[in-house]
Write a protein that binds this ligand. Structure first.
Ligand SMILES: [Zn+2]
Length: 474
């Protein structure tokens, strides 16, 4: 962390930590193959060896066993003579930015490593919020370290099975597979699937599924570890294509959820909510939807593999989060602003009454017409799609706040994907006009809707949008 900060100062404090854009060569035909490799490793915690606090809902939910294993899945992309990029997606609730920065040091062979989480609500606490009681972390540091230590091998394995691939992409809308748990009812209900076909044999070599939903089907009473619907979704596709895949969680704020989504089994019988049956069926239906979409898949021509990333700071205005920092529940550094736009890390316990900030990162990966927007938390669909409620709810705290520029309006790519909880988990990223902590409340409600309590503050969304605009201006 400190070394990164030093580099930033040397660069004149621009905050850019990397850019993988290659110089455009005039008249050069688009390269049609990308080298891609896939790998996965089991990261299921041993519930018999140590107490495992399950993340996602209330505190002190102790695991009693394992329903299905958790995985870390990786894809490595390489353009010969160009950049090497790795994406690792873990079946966990989230990891902080400090974890990403530390892990990157272990894989110097990559130009850029993304660590993202599916945001699983039935896996171990890896953030600290779900321990035995308030202010007590549920993180097993040895478990977290063991995952980190094994990531270089996972990347090596993915590098080892890299082959030149042709890329095809498809998209489908699946509003029936998610529910919006917060008004206004705005969903991000598109799934995107990329298939990497071995350029020599033409056979599928691997795939990537991106979808926008909370993996929390069995809800808050479950005490068995499970990866939720992403695993059956991937298995459904894998079975048909005969290759491995990776799942990326996207726009999950606002609140995209599996809770309350009703599905039917193959015979048409409606399945009971909060069960593993429903969870598996949801995954299966998602996988089937991706397979149907792939029948209409289109080639993705591209000329180069690119990436960009940028450090961003968010003020920590949430009093609960301030306390978690100071109590050491959050295992990450705090930052103070020294001069405008310049930040320095401090121990949270030294912050006193000073305003402090969280350091995070936004990023982008471009694969021709397929693009990934790397968002360090749970972004609301409005901020991705630009579908803001109009007119604004009069009860909102900042009804006149300017609308944030939406992420997808910043690009003309055909297949745009959000990667949520990418490289960090800063909580909910709420449009400022939707912020609603003070009475009168929106929609005539007697109290505020759920969301703000798990957000750093009302400045997070404007700052995130600005950071992406700066990223693309470079
Ligand atoms: Zn969440």
């Amino acid at each position: 962390m400190r070394s990164f900060f030093t580099i930033l100062l040397v660069l004149g404090g621009t905050g850019f930590i990397g850019t993988g854009r290659l110089p455009q060569i005039q008249g050069q035909a688009p390269v049609s193959v990308i080298h891609a490799g896939f790998a996965q490793m089991d990261i299921t915690p041993d519930t018999a060896a140590a107490k495992v606090y399950i993340a996602g809902f209330g505190s002190n939910r102790v695991a009693t066993g394992v329903h299905d294993p958790l995985f870390a899945r990786a894809i490595v992309l390489e353009q010969p003579g160009g950049k090497k990029i790795g994406i690792v997606s873990v079946d966990l609730v989230g990891f902080f930015h400090d974890f990403t920065l530390e892990t990157r040091k272990l894989v110097p062979e990559l130009d850029y490593l993304v660590i993202c989480s599916t945001h699983n609500h039935n896996g171990p606490d890896t953030l600290g919020l779900w321990g035995p009681g308030f202010g007590r972390s549920g993180v097993d540091k040895a478990y977290v370290r063991s995952i980190q230590k094994r990531i270089p091998n996972l990347i090596k394995e993915a590098m080892g099975n890299k082959v030149p691939c042709k890329l095809v992409a498809a998209k489908a809308s699946a509003p029936e597979l998610l529910r919006d748990g917060r008004l206004p009812d705005i969903k991000h209900d598109d799934l995107v699937v990329l298939r990497f076909d071995d350029a020599k044999s033409g056979k599928p070599h691997g795939f990537l599924l991106q979808w926008n939903n909370h993996p929390e089907t069995v809800d808050s009473d479950g005490t068995l570890i499970t990866a939720d619907f992403p695993t059956p979704a991937l298995e459904t596709i894998s079975k048909s294509l005969g290759c491995k895949g990776i799942y990326l969680t996207g726009t999950v704020g606002g609140l995209m959820t599996t809770i309350g989504v009703k599905v039917k089994d193959k015979s048409g019988k409606e399945l009971p909510l909060k069960t593993f049956e429903t969870m598996n069926r949801l995954g299966e239906l998602l996988g089937e939807k991706a397979l149907v979409a792939l029948k209409e898949a289109q080639n993705v021509p591209f000329s180069q593999l690119e990436y960009k990333s940028k450090i961003v700071h968010f003020p920590v205005e949430n009093r609960g989060y301030q306390a978690f920092f100071k109590l050491g529940v959050f295992n990450r550094k705090a930052f103070v602003e020294t001069t405008k736009g310049q930040f320095e890390s401090i121990q949270p316990s030294d912050a006193g009454d000073r305003k402090f900030w969280m350091q995070s990162e936004v990023g982008w990966i471009g694969l021709g017409d397929a693009e990934f927007f790397l968002v360090p938390g749970e972004i609301y669909p409005e901020l991705v799609l630009g579908k803001f409620q109009d007119p604004v709810e009069p009860g909102a705290d900042f009804p006149d706040a300017p609308l944030e520029k939406s992420l997808f309006s910043m690009s003309k790519a055909k297949w745009k994907m959000t990667v949520g909880l990418a490289n960090d988990e800063v909580g909910y990223i709420i449009p400022k006009r939707q912020w609603d902590e003070k009475a009168p409340f929106c929609y005539g409600r007697e109290k505020s809707q759920y969301g703000e309590i798990n957000s750093l503050g009302n400045e997070t969304a404007p700052r995130l949008s600005e950071a992406f605009q700066e990223l693309f201006a470079k």
